[in-house]
Ligand binder design. Structure first.
Ligand SMILES: [Zn+2]
Length: 121
């Protein structure tokens, strides 16, 4: 399950950023995951639950935002969304395409609790 390694990297980056800001804890971690990655949401959540205890992100929520696959046709420049195996231009049926979205794997932002605001909802 390579999600373990992926989530471990996400946690490392997030906790490092939170620590830099002097945060007490991380409330939410928002990640963008392209539809063409092999990543399974449930496996990510499982890894997140397994890896967060004892870290700044203990009890935090993992928010997964899926990014649809979009490519641009090299023939006619049309941009279109598609699944994993049907990358064909709907306009000219060309199949030489440049992928624009779908392989994302990034932390878009995190929400943290800063000292002095612990009592806020
Ligand atoms: Zn085309």
């Amino acid at each position: 399950m390579h999600e373990m390694g992926i989530v471990s990297g996400i946690l490392e980056a997030s906790t490092a950023a939170a620590r830099r800001e002097g945060a007490l804890s991380i409330r939410e971690i928002h990640v963008r995951v392209g539809d063409l990655t092999e990543i399974v949401d449930e496996a990510m959540r499982f890894a997140f639950e397994a890896l967060t205890p004892g870290t700044l992100a203990e009890g935090a929520q993992l928010v997964i935002e899926r990014v649809a696959a979009v490519s641009r046709c090299a023939e006619c420049s049309a941009e279109f969304s598609h699944g994993r195996f049907d990358i064909v231009c709907p306009q000219c049926e060309g199949f030489i395409c440049e992928m624009l979205h779908g392989r994302e794997l990034e932390v878009s932002h995190i929400e943290v609790a800063l000292p002095g605001e612990e009592d806020k909802p």
